[in-house]
Ligand binder design. Structure first.
Ligand code: 6GU
Length: 252
């Protein structure tokens, strides 16, 4: 898979050299290139932003550096990338979406800063370059820019590319695979003596895990997944509790 990231802070993406994703890059499974948007400016101050039409707070990223950056990106490989644009207003980034993106040969990320990127940049990429363009959001909170979101998305997508995770079995029982959160895990010692504020305490591993009864262990783990999901993410058990129709929101 080829991945191109465009940003005014290329140093922000340095962690992509590390750990699993860094190893996959060195092995040639992931071809990641990070590009500095400012190299596509032509003025002395390498300007990438300007004030918003219609007024309002903050600055908006100018379309010109982006059109040149994306046109350059188009020359990097045959075919066209799927352009992902991190933004709080985007489509929710989920495990199923990550799985779908992991099958694509070429992804590009356009990192916005300030109040966002001039809307015509996405229009240009879709209508004129013929790219698939998807604004994506990690969740209902606001980051200062797309860079941290790209780190999260490249890790979530990259680890699903065949060969990147050595033990493919570790991909199936994870939280969000199968619609339930993962069960709790324990390792040695079975009886852990730890000094707390009120003196020494002993914390034991749930005895069923030491029983050797594989059916009982599987049943206990399933029950733990249900209880955890009900407690932390009731919306996953009752999607109708989270889903809100346009009519309910007052749309005509
Ligand atoms: Cl993907 N980008 C930005 N800038 N903020 C976010 C986000 C993404 N997801 C949640 N907040």
């Amino acid at each position: 898979m080829r991945i191109d990231v465009f940003t005014i802070f290329p140093e922000y993406l340095a962690p992509l050299d590390l750990s699993l994703i860094g190893k996959a890059r060195r092995e040639g499974l992931l071809d990641v290139a990070v590009h500095d948007l400012r190299t596509f400016t032509h003025d002395r101050h390498n300007t990438v932003d300007d004030t918003p039409y219609g007024g309002g707070a903050g600055m908006v990223m100018k379309p010109q550096p982006w059109s040149e950056a994306l046109t350059y990106a188009a020359s990097l490989a045959p075919g066209t990338p799927h352009l992902l644009v991190p933004a709080p207003s985007g489509r929710p980034f989920t495990q199923p979406f990550a799985r779908a993106l992991a099958t694509e040969p070429w992804l590009a990320f356009a990192c916005g800063r300030y109040e966002g990127i001039d809307e015509r940049v996405c229009d240009f990429a879709a209508a004129d370059l013929g790219w698939q363009v998807t604004p994506v959001s990690l969740g209902d909170y606001v980051l200062n820019g797309g860079e941290v979101a790209v780190l999260a998305m490249v890790e979530a997508i990259g680890r699903l590319v065949p060969g990147v995770v050595g033990n493919a079995e570790s991909l199936v029982e994870e939280s969000h695979e199968g619609g339930l959160l993962e069960y709790p895990v324990y390792t040695k010692p079975a009886s852990w003596r730890v000094r707390g504020p009120a003196g020494e305490v002993v914390r034991a591993v749930p005895p069923v895990l030491l029983s050797g009864d594989h059916a009982a262990i599987a049943a206990w783990r399933h029950q733990q997944r249900l209880e955890r999901t009900a407690e932390r993410r009731p919306d996953l058990l009752r999607p109708e509790a989270a889903a809100t129709t346009l009519e309910e929101l007052g749309a005509p």
